[in-house]
Design a protein around this ligand. Sequence first.
Ligand SMILES: [Zn+2]
Ligand SMILES: [Zn+2]
Length: 188
Amino acid sequence: MHDRSTTRLDPRSPLVLDTGSLPRAPGSMRTVERVVAAPKDLGQGLIGVPEGAELGLDLRLESVSEGVLVTGSVTGTAEGECARCLRPISVELAVPLQELFAYPDSTTEATTEQDEVGRLRGDLIDLQPAVRDAVVLALPGSPLCRDDCPGLCPECGAHWDDLPADHRHTGPVDPRWAALEKLTTTEE
Ligand SMILES: [Zn+2]
Ligand SMILES: [Zn+2]
């Protein structure tokens, strides 16, 4: 059961669309093109679209018998860190979006859960969950600055790009550290 009173939408929210001007006859269409500020938490792990960054919406709203079908794309720039070398990276996103928003009291509303199929609240629809799902799915799980990023030397933390090809740490251990190590092992 869903308590609708707790899910009232704010029409001023950038990802809430008003479908009031869309005729309800199935097949009626309207396009929405706008640039909005990205909501917070639009990402995961090492990469995401920063809150307030520009998100482009290029959408088609279509009346269908059960509700309003939203189809189109979301564009934006995700910022993050390379998973191997931690250098800052940015990734251009162009993410397809398709989501049905069911009319109140439609069969679809009665037979689906709210997290499966969106709902119309009056004339308003909340695109935020659909946009978040689509963007997060499109983000690389392990973002790289370039496909062959060699990462960092595990010993000294320098980027392999900045190190000579024969860089290694196989020299003798500093005798002072070796003496300390001996001390700690005998104490145990
Ligand atoms: Zn890298
Ligand atoms: Zn090193």
